[in-house]
Design a protein around this ligand. Structure first.
Ligand SMILES: Nc1nc2c(ncn2[C@@H]2O[C@H](COP(=O)(O)OP(=O)(O)O)[C@@H](O)[C@H]2O)c(=O)[nH]1
Ligand SMILES: [Mg+2]
Length: 188
């Protein structure tokens, strides 16, 4: 069973990504507020393999509570990969996103990034001919910042980069950068 830990700010589409992956509305999503209040494991047997996606409340509100919850409910040693979710259509690398990355690294350990995947959501909101440029920029900003903070924490755990980067749109049916269903990229 491959277990993925989903992290990222509130509202970036973590719960929606789970729904898009499994093709049904199983994780509650919300336009207005953080509605994932608990750490929830969604485990599925699929023809492509068994996958577990661990949904977490977004960082923004009660960070300490959030991080203790993740530590209590998730056995980090069993995580196959961390999925960091960010919005492709956000042009600025905002201070609260940096704060999220810093908190995750400080409290869960730099090793959560050892095997990690970057998922950029809201991809269909960016014009086709700009998606690649946007993705490169976002990914570079996150990469540079993670290098700085992991180096600060532990020189031996410096961030080496995301293993994979995916563009998705959770709302537009079957929209992924390479045209493959999300589940197939999780189980490949
Ligand atoms: N257009 C678009 N909307 C999205 C996407 N992902 C999530 N949303 C919307 O963004 C809002 C927040 O999503 P949610 O999954 O609850 O975010 P979470 O807080 O990270 O779990 C909801 O209204 C979703 O419908 C996406 O890829 N594209
Ligand atoms: Mg959620």
């Amino acid at each position: 069973m491959r277990k993925f830990l989903l992290v990222g700010r509130t509202g970036v589409g973590k719960s929606s990504f789970i729904n898009a992956a499994f093709g049904s509305y199983i994780a509650e999503t919300s336009e207005y507020e953080a509605c994932t209040k608990i750490v929830e494991h969604y485990a599925y047997k699929t023809p492509l393999g068994d996958v577990s996606l661990i949904d977490t409340p977004g960082l923004a509100e009660d960070d300490e509570a959030y991080l203790s919850l993740v530590r209590a409910k998730v056995n980090l040693a069993q995580i196959y990969a961390t999925i960091y979710v960010s919005k492709l259509n956000e042009t600025r690398f905002r201070p609260d996103e940096k704060r999220t990355l810093r908190l995750l690294t400080n409290r869960l350990g730099a090793s959560i990034w050892n095997r990690s995947i970057l998922v950029l959501t809201f991809a269909a909101s960016v014009p086709n001919d700009q998606q690649e440029i946007f993705a490169e920029k976002r990914s570079q900003q996150i990469f540079d910042f993670l290098q700085i903070i992991t180096r600060e924490q532990d020189i031996d755990q410096i961030f080496q980069g995301f293993e994979q980067e995916w563009l998705v749109d959770n709302i537009v049916d079957n929209w992924t950068s390479d045209g493959l269903p999300i589940l197939s990229i999780l189980t490949d």
